[in-house]
Design a protein around this ligand. Structure first.
Ligand SMILES: *Cc1c(COP(=O)(O)O)cnc(C)c1O
Length: 227
């Protein structure tokens, strides 16, 4: 078995295992393959094993790979920082955007979503560890942002995304996700059904706290090099 096939098998088995412990069906957690810095060939190899959802951070890099992989039935997710001059391309070339961190960005994505496409699925990025270096809304801003963003016609507000401070201790990994999950539940809006929680290092903690999408790069593709 190739490395990639073996890693893919392991990640899916970790997801099934964590979902089982959490008392959730395995299919309630979607695996997103984070392919930033990885080639179109690497994406095609994972696709051949059955993976369909891929996530990218950098627009130009993503567009180039999408061009190379046109004809593949891939659902593309954008998870990187968003500059306002990039919103039109993002609104056009992705099915999901997880990293909406300002109201203005949401407004532009809605205005620029092409009319022939279904509404763009979005998650609000929440700066759950309140790190000054990270973007995202605070928990305190969440209720008001949900009210504003749900009115935008060409978006479908699905939930929240968080990238907590790196933490290796399992019970501490769970805390920020727990807090955010509770805050969303408290809003009482069943359409907020998506929790984009968890990366290679904290996938189990994220699933225990309600993740419906885990964003996995390293554990699937191996380490990234940025040359
Ligand atoms: C790179 C990245 C990931 C994947 O991280 P790994 O640790 O490689 O699994 C997930 N989410 C975001 C927002 C990322 O930028």
């Amino acid at each position: 078995m190739t490395n990639m096939a073996e890693r893919f098998r392991q990640v899916r088995s970790q997801i099934r295992h964590a979902a089982g412990i959490a008392g959730r069906p395995a299919n309630s957690v979607r695996l997103l393959a984070v392919s930033k810095t990885k080639s179109a060939q690497a994406i095609a190899a994972l696709y051949a094993l059955g993976q369909r959802h891929f996530a990218e951070n950098y627009l130009q890099e993503a567009l180039e790979k999408q061009r190379q992989l046109c004809g593949y039935n891939i659902t593309w997710h954008f998870i990187g920082p968003i500059q306002s001059n990039k919103t039109k391309a993002i609104a056009t070339h992705f099915a999901w955007v997880h990293s909406v961190d300002r109201l203005k960005i949401a407004q532009r994505l809605s205005e620029q979503r092409p009319g022939h496409l279904p509404p763009l699925n979005i998650c609000l990025q929440i700066n759950i560890s309140q790190e000054s270096s990270k973007s995202g809304f605070s928990l305190a801003e969440l209720p008001e942002m949900v009210e504003q963003v749900r009115l935008l016609p060409n978006l479908r507000l699905r939930g929240v995304m968080a990238i907590p401070e790196p933490e290796t201790v399992y019970h501490r990994q769970r805390q920020p996700y727990h807090l955010l999950f509770q805050a969303v539940q408290a809003l009482g809006r069943p359409e907020l059904d998506s929790f984009s929680f968890g990366m290679s290092g904290d996938l189990k903690a994220a699933i225990m706290e309600g993740a419906t999408m885990v964003r996995i790069g390293t554990a699937l593709f191996g380490e990234r090099s940025y040359n």
